[in-house]
Ligand binder design. Structure first.
Ligand code: AMP
Ligand code: MG
Length: 413
């Protein structure tokens, strides 16, 4: 295919994000995913393939949420209550059900004895001569300071659904339900092919006109963070035949990422090579900075991305477009890029017409997050990117963002 004949489908950010969302859903539905059993702790960061079910009611007994005294709410505050026993967490009540006028000293996490319907906090009573009196006038309502059996989950109820990426809260509930192993989806394999005659390996010494291939490392790490397993292929030379020859092997993976060779240069052959192999293009450009020449499409049943070679473009377009597809292919239900809100510290002026993702530094505390730009020399400036921890999002129509304004940031992994 001669140079210049590939289709031109240039979308806005929102349009491209919609295409990605749609394709991610299609990929998820089409994918037959295998699972593997892994020990509970090794499941952190993986995507759940079989739901975690409550093995019994949670809590399994009416649980006292306070150190105090179990009694009948209707009784409390009238006559002093007679203390008839003590219950520690892990102890079963063997006495008769708690009657009117009685109280049982109880610790946080213990099973509330039958007959009692509330737990008065130890801070709210005084206990002397085996009797309990309110420290100040106070009424108790039935159920106070007790979580009823099964209130959190009923036996057999799903507590973690398929498709959830597992973090500490999900591991914790699985542990509580006795799941020593979990079934998680196998990590999708992602082919990474950097293109460029100027590239040498990280441990090689470049000649003055050469540079090291950093994109394969960037993408390998981003792929891993998005739940995939990176397969880094040898660098592809800027030649249509060489590019076309490298792609079929990459199609053995679940997703293919190419970097470089998608701009308008005379030696940018990626689109032609893909076209020659029968690719269907979903878009060939997005009105964003950095990352305008991003290419997305399908080759047979597999999706591919041709990400622009400029290192910051590569990382931003991966986060925006490739990560959601990868997460869906990996069976994850939450797939969108990680956007957050922040308050702008200094004004930003840009030309309208592109949605911009500018290297930025976000600092946050309990009152919220603040963001400021990191000066950069454009989308090749990896040093600036390495000082940033996020990208400030400037909407396509905006020319000016004022200090103090609430803005969106793209968080990086
Ligand atoms: P390209 O998209 O191929 O036109 O490349 C755009 C810019 O990114 C050029 O300055 C390239 O040298 C640089 N570049 C391309 N691929 C890589 C890579 N794998 N690692 C680092 N820089 C790259
Ligand atoms: Mg190139």
């Amino acid at each position: 295919m001669p140079w210049g004949e590939s289709p031109s489908i240039v979308l806005s950010y929102d349009q491209a994000a919609n295409v990605v969302r749609r394709e991610a859903e299609t990929a998820r539905a089409a994918m037959v995913r295998a699972g593997e059993r892994v020990p509970l702790h090794a499941a952190a960061g993986r995507v759940l393939a079989e739901p975690v079910l409550a093995d019994r009611d949670q809590p399994p007994f009416p649980r006292s949420t306070r150190d105090g005294f179990a009694c009948r709410a209707a009784d409390f505050g009238r006559e002093p209550l007679r203390i008839v026993g003590q219950l520690r967490a892990g102890e079963a009540w063997t006495g008769t059900p708690v009657r009117a006028g009685e109280a049982v000293e109880i610790m946080t996490g213990a099973a509330v004895p039958p007959g009692a319907d509330c737990v008065v906090m130890v801070e709210h009573v005084s206990a002397a001569d085996g009797h309990l009196r309110p420290a100040a006038a106070r009424a108790m309502a039935p159920g106070e300071n007790i979580v009823p059996a099964g209130a959190e989950a009923k036996a057999g109820e799903m507590v973690v659904p398929v498709g959830r990426r597992l973090a500490s809260p999900q591991i914790a509930v699985a542990a509580a339900c006795g799941a020593a192993e979990l079934t998680v989806f196998l990590r999708p394999r992602v082919a990474i092919l950097a293109t460029g005659d100027e590239l040498v390996g990280v441990s090689e010494t470049p000649l003055p006109h050469q540079i090291r291939n950093s994109n394969s490392s960037t993408l390998a790490v981003q792929v891993q963070a998005a739940g995939g397993e990176a397969e880094v292929f040898p660098v592809v030379r800027d030649d249509e035949a060489a590019t076309a020859a490298a792609i079929p092997e990459a199609l053995g993976c679940d997703l293919v990422l190419l970097t470089g060779g998608v701009s308008m240069g005379k030696f940018d052959f990626v689109e032609q090579a893909l076209l020659a192999l029968g690719a269907e293009f979903l878009f060939t450009g997005v009105r964003i900075q950095p990352g305008k020449p991003t290419v997305f499409g399908r080759l047979g049943a597999k999706h591919f991305f041709g990400l622009p070679g400029n290192p910051i473009s590569t990382m931003v377009t991966f986060a925006l477009f490739a990560a959601p597809v990868l997460r869906a292919v990996g069976g994850e239900s939450e797939t969108g890029p990680c956007f957050g809100m922040s308050r702008l510290e200094e004004e930003v002026r840009v030309k309208a017409g592109l949605t911009r993702f500018l290297p930025a530094s976000v600092t946050s505390d309990i009152h919220g997050a603040r963001v400021r730009r990191i000066a950069w020399q454009g989308s090749g400036d990896l040093t600036a990117a390495s000082r940033a921890n996020a990208f400030l999002v400037v909407p396509e129509t905006a020319e000016h963002l004022a200090p103090g304004e609430a803005v969106t940031v793209l968080e990086m992994s």
